[in-house]
Ligand binder design. Structure first.
Ligand code: NAD
Length: 258
């Protein structure tokens, strides 16, 4: 179903798009009229799968391809952005890939901490750098969307490393917005609340905490990945042409009352 054409003529690249929120962002981009969507992930089939996600998008009549990329590697981000060149170049780059740790907390082990930072913090920076270079070279007024979290706006003892990384993502969006604004490139962050994905079930303590969050959320339910997809579609589209350096919470109102 075509929900709108707010992304008409846009080439959208989404990292971590084989599952959960990233998959929904990629599919929603197609439903909001994108011309082409690149579905990217570190492995082809962690959960729902990269190729099947690209197939869903193709079935909507939108050009799609799966590109394998590990966002923690600069060269993979460069290759990912290069994969959009023959489609006309990236217009909307969504740095969505992110991980949580079972070992998070005050005593998070060094190796796990560094692995998390390499995905959650290095990944968005390398991706945004590659996307911005391509946009600048083509004179595109592109949009870069970084996936933060409500955990990047308020602290939590069970997610010391995760929250630190996501807080960094929020300031990365604001700083890149300043650096790239003169070139017409917008950079924003999305800060989801509790969204119903595998991540909720795999992170230490989050599954238990999420039921408490649900009860405290004004809308009294978890969010759906497609609801983050719609927020990203807005930030990727020209409807948000004067919005940059913003962290958009999509949390059912939780941070308004917590
Ligand atoms: N689910 C929530 O409640 C929630 C809340 C706030 C923020 N987020 C953020 O949303 C994003 C998506 O999370 P999700 O809930 O869909 O989880 P998810 O685990 O379903 O999706 C994360 C995706 O990132 C991919 N990935 C992991 N390491 C990668 C790497 N090195 N390179 C490329 N891809 C990699 C995984 O394969 C997976 O497909 C994450 O950044 C997460 O921190 C989620």
């Amino acid at each position: 179903m075509n929900m709108s054409d707010i992304l008409a003529n846009k080439v959208v690249v989404v990292t971590g798009a084989s599952s959960g929120i990233g998959r929904a962002i990629a599919i929603r981009a197609a439903e909001h009229g994108a011309r082409a969507v690149i579905v990217s992930d570190v492995t082809e089939a962690p959960r729902e799968g990269g190729e099947p996600t690209a197939a869903v998008i193709e079935a909507l009549g939108v050009t799609a391809r799966f590109v394998k990329a590990d966002v923690s590697k600069r060269t993979d981000n460069d290759a990912l952005v290069a994969a959009a060149e023959d489609l006309g170049g990236v217009d909307v780059f969504v740095a969505n890939a992110g991980i949580t740790l079972r070992t998070d907390g005050a005593d998070v082990p060094e190796e796990d901490y560094r692995r998390l930072m390499s995905v959650n913090l290095d990944g968005p920076l390398f991706g945004a750098q590659a996307a911005a270079r391509s946009m600048k070279a083509k004179g595109k007024a592109g949009s870069i969307v970084l996936m933060a979290s409500m955990g990047g706006l308020v602290g939590a003892g069970i997610t010391v490393a995760y929250s630190t990384s996501k807080g960094g993502v929020v300031l990365m969006a604001k700083s890149l917005a300043d650096a790239l604004g003169p070139d017409g490139i917008r950079v924003n962050a999305v800060a989801p609340g509790t969204i119903d994905t595998e991540l909720l079930r795999t992170a230490a303590g989050i599954a238990e905490a999420s039921e408490g969050f649900r009860k405290r959320t004004p809308l009294r339910r978890l969010g759906q990945p497609s609801e983050i997809g719609d927020a990203v579609a807005y930030l990727g589209s020209d409807l948000s042409s004067y919005v940059t350096g913003h962290a958009l919470t999509v949390d059912g109102g939780l941070l308004a009352v917590i």
